[in-house]
Design a protein around this ligand. Sequence first.
Ligand code: TRP
Length: 333
Amino acid sequence: MEDQKRRMLSGVQPSGDLHLGNYLGAIKNWADRAEEFDCYYFMADMHTITVRQTPADLRRRTLEQLAQYIACGLDPEKNTLFIQSHVHQHAELGWVLGCYTMFGELSRMTQFKDKSAKHKENINGGLFTYPSLMAADILLYQPDLVPVGEDQKQHVELTRNIVQRFNGIYGDVFKMPEPFIPKAGARIMGLTTPESKMSKSVPEGCVFLMEKPEDIARKFKRAVTDSDTENPVRYDPAHKPGVANLMNIYAAVTGKTFDEIEAEFAGQGYGKFKPAVGDAVVETLRPIREEAARILADKAYLESVYKAGAEKAGYAAEKTLRKVYKKIGFVAR
Ligand code: TRP
């Protein structure tokens, strides 16, 4: 029964193209959650404008990302998928919660400190009050769990402080959300920089979900390994990080164990191993890429998904917002 399931909500910023690390490390596991939870996911376009965006790119990436999530298995019939700016209650509750978030609290946010150091020319008010908007994103839907990466945990903790403060004054208005740091899927490193996580900022070592098979194959052929020649395909992350990363990837896409992989490539060199990993990745991503392209081309379908999502989300959000407005003393419309 839909209503008896616990609710889960998460936002993703449409600020870059999704890559293999995102997929194997996280997205791949999201489809299954819908069995157990009532899941809400939104494209956090309002958050992305805290940093300057090119309008046409933001619009394109928002739709591309939505199409890619669906192609990765997030079924719009089983999950509520929407675009943040389509549900006006986010901005409204964001304003209210800003009045219940302290300057000192916002000043302590690591992400604010990092981003304002990185964008010295544009330290805007939105960047500072971002966590109040994020608290609104969450609290509008009264979720039980908020899956976030480690870097966003502090924002969920702040949301919990806001709940305590607000409920302390007005009674039980918001449900206390729990951060949920998903059990990491595979931790995928850059193909050319196996000591750091795969990242779009190092494009030659990063495999994007929408990338052409020949480009993916080429990136794997150029993946960094080592000069080991005697039985080189062995899992030894401390001494052979590049090989360990390729084995991790191969294991994640084929379901094979490290022992099985070692046996498969026993006595063979990287000239055999690297293309084999590349081929396996190409075949894993092929249906995702094709499905995402098909969805993107079907504008009417994509529109029907985000409209239905916004309608459903808006209904839940409005219920909470009305309650809040009443509690704080706004005259009913
Ligand atoms: N701040 C999150 C990030 O950058 C995205 C986000 C916005 C979010 N609102 C949220 C995540 C609400 C979880 C819940 O990754």
